[in-house]
Write a protein that binds this ligand. Structure first.
Ligand code: FES
Length: 195
């Protein structure tokens, strides 16, 4: 999903990042899916991998690492990372809560889901992090689960047919350190992280 041109771009400096040994294997697996002369096509999968490896966001250094891996100028990775909403350009909480507020979800009460997320987490709006460092809220457009609206994605998992009560329950469980099973766990990222 493309970012709106009005969106403020914030890019934080990271550290001098290197792929871990296990991430290197994933990088090789990802690169093996593309002809060598088309390796730049792996930019998005490698950005997804970098985001997962380095705390849920892509810093300048993470983008540079992807660029070095693909032998591309930094700007080529930067322009991709800053175009798509799925790449976070600043740190997010342990749980990135993305509530769909597109048509089907809106008609079925997504605004109440957003309000519930704010109430439970203490977040005032989108972006930023809750005081306990656990949560970041983002409103997103269609996540492709319209038939089960309203829904939200927390990290890689989908939570569907939400009510304010079920939303509160999920967030409270996460706050108390319990693992919450998602109703339709996403398999999509497995493609990107080389599994
Ligand atoms: S409108 Fe919410 S998932 Fe499609």
């Amino acid at each position: 999903m493309a970012k709106s041109s009005a969106q403020k771009i914030e890019v934080h400096e990271g550290k001098d990042l290197k792929w871990t040994a296990s991430a290197k294997k994933k990088v090789e697996k990802i690169l093996s899916k593309y002809p060598a002369e088309q390796s730049r096509s792996a930019t998005i999968p490698l950005l997804h991998l970098a985001q997962k490896e380095f705390g849920g966001w892509v810093s300048v250094d993470a983008m540079q690492l992807v660029a070095d891996t693909l032998n591309l100028p930094y700007i080529r990775v930067y322009e991709v990372a800053t175009f798509y909403t799925m790449f976070n350009l600043k740190p997010v909480g342990k749980y990135h809560v993305q509530v769909c507020t597109n048509c089907a979800c809106m008609i079925r009460g997504s605004s109440k889901i957003v309000e519930t997320v704010k109430d439970v987490t203490g977040l005032k709006g989108q972006g930023g992090m809750s005081d306990d460092g656990l949560f970041t809220l983002t409103e997103v457009e269609c996540l492709g689960a319209c038939v089960e609206a309203p829904m939200m994605q927390i990290n890689d998992g989908y939570h569907v047919k939400l009510t304010p009560e079920s939303t509160k329950e999920i967030l409270e469980e996460l706050k108390s350190g319990k693992a919450v099973e998602s109703t339709t766990p996403s398999k999509g990222l497995e493609i990107f992280d080389g599994k």
